[in-house]
Design a protein. Structure first.
Lengths: 274, 316
């Protein structure tokens, strides 16, 4: 091998970014995108729940009398916190389905990112952190507009945004895992939206309390993350939550999130390191 | 493993021994030895499915080896993947730009993943856009750019960390000749700067243009290794005489002229005669009464080497 080695090569300028900062760089990348598209994005995730609030809370709610079913509160006060959580869960699941699959399959930007010092685990972390930020943003927008409707009763209601973020991420993480394990065109997501997300939205005590659901079907509500989120959100917004129940609901969501992250992390590695 | 893990020969950018990559039971790379030195332009030549991309992915530290030894920049990809990736540039076979970001944002965002400061990536993006002749599209989204522009941007993006080693997987596949020449010019420029290039291609012309040294892969193995000129000298003759016949008339012609050449090859559409002197061989063929529709005398290329070594054409 008599090849002339040529002039000495430059020393590369790249370095390995430590874990949490690497995750944050991914968030920064998403932010570059968001700055261009925030209007349409904020519309779908923040304004949509407001339309629900106007229709259900103000319109439909005007026909509902405060009573034992609504805990003595007006229907607007009853439904406002739950609609924030439902909106967060829907956008969390939506953002973790096709957009994540695209990162692997169509746009392939996940492949581009993991060719850099960023690892698949950090990529996933960045994805979740970014989603958390967006859920916070849309939750705040919703909360402020609802405030002008007089939909909040007490300061504790600010915690509803945090509950929305938690419930949204708890539902997002397992869906990200599903996306990482999807190699076809993602038809399963359509099925998931239709047969998991919509029924969950309708039967998780979002619009009416759980005791209106037949006892033999009630277990479906108990396993619904949205129901746990709704209960937490109402405890924060309306007060009077049993501390033990609150802890239980939070634990359910945290466990779902943790389990989803562990599974998604494994599947991200399986998909990107082959 | 001190200072950056550079053990062994510091000029050895990549060294693989008995390297194997298996998918399920199938060996995509089946025990190859490969060494790439600093400043070299090294090529993997072979048909689709030869194991070129699988090898590249192992070197890029995104695909763990199934067996054998591999060092990249003196480090072990299994242990030091992120540290190696920080110092290399990867151009994938298919562009994976962020279509919704602008040209400039693509470069800046990507540069940040390498731990570069905002000020650094801002300046670097300007420099790279000039290099890729994309300065006038700086703030346009990527999506509507032409294939050649996207390819140039992908290459520019891979240079954002001033890599010591660049891995280019079929860099010019699917580009028109003009775009291809522009890219070759850019890659040549990099080579002049001392950047080590590893290129996979099934374009023989590209390999001859760019590579100091290359290996021919087939079925997961290396079947030949050397400089383009030495491979041609070793496995082919100086000239090739191509004879084309009217459809259906080629059969049976091989036996009439085979002894005129060192070697002959019957392709579906033409007969190749490998010879030191194409002119003389053509005369002799005419003297035997052969009447081809057209003839061509050319010098041997890597395509001929490949044909010889694997028994089939590269474009299969």
């Amino acid at each position: 091998m008599s090849t002339d080695p040529g002039p000495p090569a430059q020393r590369a300028t790249g370095t390995v970014v430590p874990g949490w900062r690497a995750m944050w760089l991914r968030v920064e990348g998403h932010w570059a995108w968001y700055r261009r598209y925030w209007r349409s994005s904020l519309y779908s995730s923040g304004i949509e729940p407001l339309l629900f609030l106007a229709a259900m809370g103000l319109g439909f709610g005007s026909q509902v009398e405060a009573g034992p079913a609504t805990g003595g509160h007006s229907y607007l006060h009853y439904v406002t916190p739950a609609l924030l959580v439902a909106g967060a869960v829907m956008s969390g699941m939506g953002e973790s389905s096709f957009p994540v699959l695209s990162g692997f399959k169509w746009q392939k930007d996940y492949i581009a990112v993991t060719a850099t010092p960023i690892t698949p685990g950090q990529l996933l972390g960045g994805q979740l952190a970014w989603l958390g930020i967006r859920l916070t943003l849309s939750g705040v927008v919703y909360g402020l507009v609802a405030l002008t409707f007089g939909a909040w009763l007490r300061p504790g209601a600010v915690l509803v945004v945090a509950v929305g973020v938690l419930a949204g991420l708890a539902c997002a993480a397992p869906v990200m895992a599903l996306a990482a394990a999807t190699y076809d065109e993602g038809r399963r997501f359509i099925v998931m939206f239709r047969f998991v997300m919509v029924p969950m939205m309708l039967f998780s005590a979002t619009f009416f309390p759980i005791d209106r659901i037949p006892i033999e079907l009630r277990w479906l509500t108990w396993i619904s993350p949205l129901w746990h989120g709704n209960e937490l959100a109402r405890a924060a917004a309306l007060g009077g939550g049993d501390p033990l129940a609150v802890a239980g609901h939070a634990a359910f969501l945290l466990a779902l999130f943790a389990g989803g992250v562990v599974l998604a992390r494994r599947l991200f590695y399986r998909r990107l390191v082959v | 493993m001190a200072n950056g893990g550079d053990d062994g020969d510091p000029r050895l950018m990549v060294s693989g021994k008995a390297l194997v990559k298996r998918f399920g039971g199938v060996a995509a790379v089946d025990g190859i030895d490969v060494e790439v030195r600093s400043g070299e332009a090294f090529g993997f030549l072979g048909p689709n499915g030869a194991g070129k991309s699988s090898t590249m992915r192992m070197v890029a530290c995104v695909s763990p080896r199934s067996d054998g030894e591999l060092r990249v920049l003196g480090m072990d990809p299994d242990k030091d993947g992120p540290r190696i990736r920080a110092r290399i540039g990867v151009v994938p076979q298919l562009d994976n730009l962020d279509a919704e970001l602008t040209v400039r944002q693509n470069l800046q965002v990507y540069g940040r993943y390498f731990g570069l400061s905002r000020a650094h990536v801002r300046a670097k993006a300007v420099e790279l856009m000039a290099f890729a002749e994309l300065s006038d599209r700086a703030d346009d989204p990527v999506d509507p750019l032409s294939g050649g522009m996207k390819r140039r941007l992908t290459i520019a993006r891979s240079m954002v960390n001033d890599p010591e080693l660049m891995l280019l997987d079929e860099p010019t596949t699917g580009l028109d000749p003009q775009a291809r020449h522009l890219l070759w010019g850019r890659l040549y420029q990099l080579k002049q700067q001392g950047v080590t290039l590893i290129i996979t291609t099934h374009d023989m012309h590209e390999a001859e243009q760019l590579c100091d040294r290359l290996v021919v892969m087939d079925g997961g193995r290396i079947v030949a290794e050397g400089s383009p000129a030495s491979l041609i000298a070793r496995y082919s003759t100086r000239e090739v005489l191509e004879l084309r016949f009217a459809p259906g008339e080629q059969d049976g012609q091989v036996s009439r002229v085979a002894d005129l050449a060192e070697r002959s090859e019957a392709l579906p559409d033409r007969l190749l005669l490998y010879t030191a002197d194409g002119e003389a061989t053509l005369e002799a063929a005419h003297a035997r009464g052969l009447r081809p529709v057209s003839t061509l005398i050319r010098r041997s290329t890597l395509e001929d080497v490949f044909l010889r070594l694997t028994g089939r054409s590269l474009v299969d």
